[in-house]
Design a protein around this ligand. Structure first.
Ligand code: NAD
Ligand code: UGA
Length: 464
C-alpha cells in the first residue's frame, strides 16, 4: 500500500491554495508543497503579513497560519516538489480557449498538458496523479497517454478528484464537504490509489461522504454539477423578468418554489447574473463536448443557461439606461461591489464588468467601491473586454476606497455584489448627497427597498 508522506500540488490558485492548506491542516504528518510558475503568487503565499495572501477567503489566513512552515510549503521549484512527492495534484487553470478549434467554448488544456509532460520528465518513482482542475470528460485518457509515453518507466495512477468548493466559503466547504469525489481505474492498482486519497480525506470527513466512481463519471459529474447550479440561477433569473411584468415578486416566488423539499431553497437567489471563473466556462465546455459528440439538442439545452445569463446582465444595464431617461451620457453612476460574489476578491467573469462596459459605452462615468478588489484589477477587467482604449477606460472608470464618497453626486447607485456591509450603511446620508431623483438598482436584492423608498430613493430590485 502506497504510504503518502509528501504531496505536491501544481497550481497555487483559488483551488490549489485553500485545498492544500486544509489538507495540510488536517494531515499534519504529510508534507504538502504547493508550487506555481507565478513567482509573485508564491511570494504572496509566503508573506509574513497574512493579510497579503493572494486570495481572500474567510478563515483562510488562520488555516495558513497553523500549517505554513510546519507541513505546508509554497514554492516555485516545481521539479523538486514533483520529484519528492508520492501524490501530485494538478490544480492549474483550464480557461475557455481563445484561439483555434473550439475557440470560445472548449477548455484550454495546454496548462494541463505542460504539467503532465513535466511530471513525466521529472519523476523517478511511481506516483499517483490527481486531476483537481475541472476537465472535459475523458481528459484522463490524454494524461495517461502523455505520462506513459514520455516517462522513463515510472508507473502512474491517474485519479479524478474534482473540487466542489465555492469561493467565499472555500474553507468551510473544504472542512465540511458534502462529498468528495474520487474517480479511478477499477484495477487493483487503481483501487489502491483511490484508497490512498480516500485515507487523506478520511482524516476529517466521514467515509460515507467520500464517493468512489470510475474516472469518466467523476470528470463528467464536476462539469454537470456546475451546469445544474448555474441552471437554477438562470431559471430563477428568467422568472425575474416575468415578475417585473406581472407584479409577482421574485423573492416570494423563490421562497414558495424552494419550500418544496424536492426543489430545495438553495441557488434560487435572483441576481444581475452569475459570474465567476467556472459556471460559464464549464457550461461552454459541456456544450462543446455535446456538439462534438453530435448531441445537438443536448448542447442547445445547456447553452440556453448561458444565453439567459447574458440576457440578465444586459437587461439590468438597459433598465438603468431606460430609467435614467434613456441617457446616461455624462452621468455618474456608483457601483457598490465589483467581485463576482461576496467574500472574495475574485472578479473573473463578474457581472459588474459587463454592466459597466455597457454603461461606459453610453459614456456614463462609473465610480466603483468594492471592499476587497484592487483598483488595478477593475481596470484590467474593463480593458480585457477591449471595447475602448485604456485612456478612455481610465476617464470613465473611477475606483473609490470610501463608499460614501463613491455615492456622492451620482445619479444612481447600482449594487453588483451582495457584500453584507452595504446593508449597514447610513442610507439617509447617502441620499442627502446624491443627485435627485436618487435611483438605486439593486442587482442582488440585498437592500431593504421599502426602507429606501421611505427615505426618498427610487428603488429597483431584480424581479420586483
Ligand atoms: P487559478 O488561475 O486561480 O490558479 C491556477 C494556477 O496555476 C495559477 O496560479 C497558474 O500560475 C498556475 N499554473 C498554470 N500552469 C502551471 C504550470 N505548468 N506549473 C505551475 N503552475 C501553473 O485557477 P483556479 O481558480 O484555482 O482553478 C483551477 C482549476 O480548478 C480550474 O480547472 C477550475 O475550473 C477548477 N475549479 C475552480 C474553482 C474556483 O472556485 N476557483 C472551484 C472548483 C474547481
Ligand atoms: C461554483 C460552485 O458553487 C462550486 O461548487 C464549484 O466548485 C465552483 O463553481 C467551481 O467549479 O469553480 P463559485 O463560482 O465560486 O462556485 O460561486 P457560487 O456560489 O456558485 O456562485 C456563482 C455565481 O452565481 C455568483 O456570481 C453568485 O452570485 C451567483 N449566484 C449564486 C446567484 O446569482 N444566485 C444564487 O442563488 C447563487
Amino acid at each position: 500500500m502506497t504510504q503518502i508522506k509528501n504531496i505536491c500540488c501544481i497550481g497555487a490558485g483559488y483551488v490549489g491554495g485553500p485545498t492544500m492548506a486544509v489538507i495540510a491542516q488536517k494531515c499534519p504528518e504529510i508534507n504538502v508543497t504547493v508550487v506555481d510558475l507565478n513567482e509573485q503568487r508564491i511570494a504572496d503565499w509566503n508573506d509574513d503579513d497574512l493579510d497579503k495572501l493572494p486570495i481572500y477567503e474567510p478563515g483562510l489566513k488562520e488555516v495558513v497560519a497553523e500549517a505554513r512552515g510546519r507541513n505546508l510549503f509554497f514554492s516555485t521549484d516545481v521539479d523538486k516538489a514533483i520529484d519528492n512527492a508520492e501524490m501530485i495534484f494538478i490544480s492549474v487553470n483550464t480557461p475557455t480557449k481563445t484561439y483555434g478549434k473550439g475557440k470560445g467554448m472548449a477548455a484550454d488544456l495546454k496548462y494541463i498538458e505542460l504539467c503532465a509532460r513535466q511530471i513525466a520528465r521529472v519523476s523517478k518513482t511511481d506516483k499517483i496523479v490527481i486531476e483537481k482542475s475541472t476537465l472535459p470528460v475523458r481528459t484522463a485518457e490524454a494524461l495517461r497517454s502523455i505520462l506513459d509515453n514520455t516517462s522513463s518507466g515510472v508507473k502512474f495512477q491517474i485519479l479524478s478528484s474534482p473540487e466542489f468548493l465555492a469561493e467565499g466559503t472555500a474553507v468551510d466547504d473544504l472542512q465540511n464537504a458534502d462529498r468528495v469525489l474520487i474517480g479511478g481505474d477499477q484495477t487493483p492498482e487503481g483501487l489502491e490509489a483511490m484508497q490512498a486519497l480516500t485515507d487523506i480525506y478520511a482524516h476529517w470527513l466521514p467515509k460515507e461522504r467520500i464517493l468512489q466512481t470510475n474516472v469518466w463519471s467523476s470528470e463528467l459529474s464536476k462539469l454537470t454539477a456546475n451546469a445544474f447550479l448555474a441552471q437554477r440561477v438562470s431559471s430563477i433569473n428568467s422568472l425575474s423578468a416575468l415578475c417585473e411584468k406581472t407584479e409577482a415578486n421574485i423573492e416570494e416566488v423563490s421562497r414558495a418554489i424552494g419550500a418544496d423539499s424536492r426543489i430545495g431553497s438553495k441557488f434560487l437567489k435572483s441576481s444581475v447574473g452569475f459570474g465567476g471563473s467556472c459556471f460559464q466556462k464549464d457550461i461552454l465546455n459541456l456544450v462543446y463536448i455535446c456538439q462534438s459528440l453530435g448531441l445537438k439538442e443536448v448542447a442547445d439545452y445547456w447553452e440556453q443557461v448561458i444565453i439567459m445569463n447574458d440576457y440578465q446582465k444586459h437587461r439590468f444595464a438597459d433598465n438603468i439606461i431606460k430609467t435614467l431617461y434613456n441617457t446616461v451620457s455624462g452621468k455618474k453612476i456608483a457601483f457598490l461591489g465589483w467581485a463576482f460574489k461576496k467574500d472574495t476578491n475574485d472578479t473573473r467573469e463578474t457581472a459588474a464588468m459587463y454592466v459597466a462596459d455597457i454603461l461606459m459605452e453610453d459614456r456614463a462615468t462609473i465610480v466603483v467601491y468594492d471592499p476587497k478588489v484592487k483598483y488595478e484589477q477593475m481596470f484590467a477587467d474593463v480593458d480585457y473586454l477591449n471595447t475602448r482604449t485604456e485612456k478612455e477606460n481610465k476617464e470613465l472608470l473611477k475606483p473609490q476606497t470610501d463608499p460614501y464618497e463613491a455615492c456622492k453626486d451620482v445619479h444612481a447607485i447600482a449594487i453588483l455584489t451582495e457584500w453584507d456591509e452595504f446593508k449597514g450603511y447610513d442610507w439617509q446620508k447617502i441620499y442627502d448627497h446624491m443627485m435627485k431623483p436618487a435611483f438605486v438598482f439593486d442587482g442582488r436584492n440585498v437592500l431593504d427597498g421599502e426602507k429606501l423608498e421611505k427615505i426618498g430613493f427610487k428603488y429597483y430590485g431584480i424581479g420586483k
